[in-house]
Design a protein around this ligand. Structure first.
Ligand SMILES: [Mg+2]
Length: 320
């Protein structure tokens, strides 16, 4: 991308990327990718986002803790008395393995499959009313990052496919997005969904989505893959290091911009996050940065297609 090209946007002119809490290791590379995105237009874009603590906040203004999608389920009143205790035991055994910085990934994958399998067995053989999840999820429809609605509105208007990719519980994810009125037709949730058999819970539907297969390779052959595999400009958002790999499986020529939300143990994690994500946002509980990027793409798009949005697109661009 030629820096002297008319309309080339330089890093320092994108205000939201120049905020104190926005950390970027390689400003030139980020500038180049953003200009590719702007020139490629919305037709080539897709977004892939984690759900827990990425679409939901890591910290709320009123200090109320946001539950994860599995947390919403575990909190349901009608679960058998032993459920919570057993599921905590599994968590305490396998979670340290999941985040162990030393164990090789293939070894971890075996443990993750064990964890998901045992958890599926535990989530079997009792009746469960999905309305309970809706009740729990309803409490968190307002715990989404500030201006999530505006972000999803832009994505819908620009017809950019959004994949919400979660190793959590899909039923909770869908319920929160639905109750927040942002589960638009361009939004697809890939996650673990409850399975029923004869009116009883029977674990989770296949394929199991865990931390280490949470990437576009599990989409191979699916309808969604057909929809997005030609969209080679990708924004990836997540709060865990593993989320950075969610676009793995797309063609190598793709341009991928990875945005990481860092909140806990900022100093200890900073180096790893900086090495993993292109943009690291420290305690940023908003969607302002992805919105700014979409805004740039949208403005150029309007300039090229003035009949679509005849309002003052040129003016907006000059005001950047
Ligand atoms: Mg997360």
């Amino acid at each position: 991308m030629d820096e002297n090209r008319v309309g080339y946007v330089s890093f320092q002119d994108i205000l939201s990327l120049n905020q104190e809490h926005c950390k970027v290791r390689d400003r030139q590379a980020v500038e180049r990718i953003i200009n590719e995105f702007i020139w490629g237009g919305p037709e080539r874009m897709q977004m892939v986002s984690d759900f827990d603590f990425t679409i939901t906040k890591q910290r709320t203004d009123d200090g109320i803790a946001v539950l994860s999608s599995f947390g919403i389920f575990n909190n349901c009143k009608s679960l058998p008395p032993h459920y919570k205790e057993e599921s905590d035991k599994l968590f305490n055994k396998y979670r340290p393995i999941e985040i162990d910085p030393h164990m090789p990934i293939p070894e971890k994958v075996q443990y993750m499959i064990e964890w998901w399998t045992k958890s599926g067995q535990l989530t079997s053989g009792f009746p469960f009313d999905l309305a309970e999840i809706d009740q729990g999820a309803g409490q968190f429809k307002n715990a989404l990052r500030d201006r999530t609605h505006e972000l999803f509105d832009s994505l819908r208007q620009l017809q950019i496919p959004v994949l919400v990719f979660s190793a959590g519980l899909g039923n909770s994810v869908v319920s929160v997005l639905q109750q927040a009125n942002i589960l638009y037709p361009n939004v697809k949730v890939i996650s673990n969904f409850l399975k029923y058999s004869d009116g009883m819970l029977a674990g989770f539907q296949e394929p199991m989505i865990h931390t280490f297969n949470k990437n576009e390779t599990v989409l191979d052959g699916s309808e969604y893959y057909e929809l997005v595999h030609t969209r080679d400009h990708i924004i990836v958002m997540g709060d865990s290091l593993g989320d950075a790999h969610m676009a793995a499986g797309v063609p190598a020529s793709s341009h991928i911009l990875k945005i990481g939300f860092l909140f806990e143990h900022v100093e200890a994690n900073m180096e790893k996050y900086m090495n993993t994500f292109d943009i690291v946002l420290v305690d940023d509980q908003t969607m302002d940065v992805p919105r700014a990027l979409l805004g740039l793409i949208e403005r150029r798009h309007q300039l090229r297609h003035p009949h679509i949005a005849p309002n003052d697109a040129a003016l907006q661009l000059s005001a950047l």
